[in-house]
Design a protein around this ligand. Sequence first.
Ligand code: SF4
Length: 485
Amino acid sequence: MPLMTRDEYVDSLRRMHKRVFLLGQQIEDPVDHPLLRPSLNACAMTYELAQQPEHAWLMHAASSLTGRTVNRFTHLHQSAADLVAKVKMQRLLGQRTGCCFQRCVGMDALNAVDSVTYDMDLALGTGYHARFLRFLEYVQENDLVVDGAMTDAKGDRGLHPSLQADPDLFVRIVERTSGGVVLRGAKLHQTGALNSHEILVMPTQSLREDEADYAVACAIPADAPGVLMVAGRQPSDTRKLEGGAIDVGNCRFGGHEAVIVLQDVAVPWERVFLAGETAFGRVLVERFAAYHRQSYGGCKSGVGDVLIGAAQALAQIQGTDRASHVKDKIVEMIHLNETIYACGLACSAEGRPAASGTYLVDTLLANVCKLNVTRFPYEIARLAQDIAGGLLVTQPSEWDLAHEEVGPLLGKYLRSVARYTTEERCRLLRLVENLTLGPGAAAYLAESMHGAGSPQAQRIMLARLAGVEEKVRLARSLAGIENGA
Ligand code: SF4
């Protein structure tokens, strides 16, 4: 069975030679760096749960290529049931990590590239699909993490890629040789880049016919010559360097994003899946976006479970859990969270096969899912902060709690309901702080807003796909205006 254990995964990253920059320095050991390790732990959970028999039904899938059992994160969805299982798996991982576990972007990219290369070969007589399947089999057999790399630097948002002052602001082919292509540019906001084995490059937006050099999809080893990564900052991230276990809020897990710079990276033809076919670049962008908008229905509801649990636990510790307004707020949080999840399930259940046999989500419902995610986690976070109270942002550090003189004083005056300890209260407050103001908020809030496309992108899709004219026809018909009453 081609499944790596958690430790084998970590060791596989150790054997790589990525060029990684963090806080102004090139770091030699991204695997064990204390600021980055929580994000590795979160991604590693996708391996850990796959080893647990009780989660095998979610974490495992039978490969459509080999028939062998593979991690679902490397699987091509073969049914609507597979799409539903994907969302359930993501909710489970969100619950277990309380953060972004990163591996979904690659899963979504693999599924999108599969059906698009198939369609492209049919329409244009190209030979991309067989190449892609060979790459996918390599990914499945080695149980790899793939970074789905879509978002370009974009420069002036009002200008097309070819009209930018700097032509490298969108990743492009700068040279075609008999052996392959050479890529230059940068991909921003790359979730899980440092924890990935492979980078699956895709175009970022619709392209004009004269922008063929920007229409490129290909796979690059994450430590290939010319690949450089700069890790992004998150709020309060340096608390991870303090060596504590309380003030970080979620001390074992976290997410990360990075800038990936491609400095004239040579990619052999065997790993190129789109090179100049602009019309199919647009299809690839839309299919990937739909899959990742579905994904949020799973992961964000899982993290929402953690935040709802933290708010309820704090209410119990602080003696407010029986107040009717607190009960009502918890119910409101549940309603919002389950609505997100329901949308993820709905767009999955309505999934249909593409020509390649791989299942696509219902695009309209996936966009509804993501549009809800741009709003509901903010309201859930607001309610959690309301329930938590002002100590959320005024409590002293864990070092004060442990101090010889002031520690006992804080233990006495920060205690609430007697059967709970002050430390329990402080830990839960820090968890809420992490998820609504700290590093966790980067994923639960800002990423909910902009990941898989900002809200306007979903609104455009809703306007395009909702069939408003058909609704007008229905209304006019029932009103007896045309087609008889
Ligand atoms: Fe997965 Fe959610 Fe992170 Fe996207 S934001 S990679 S769906 S955990």
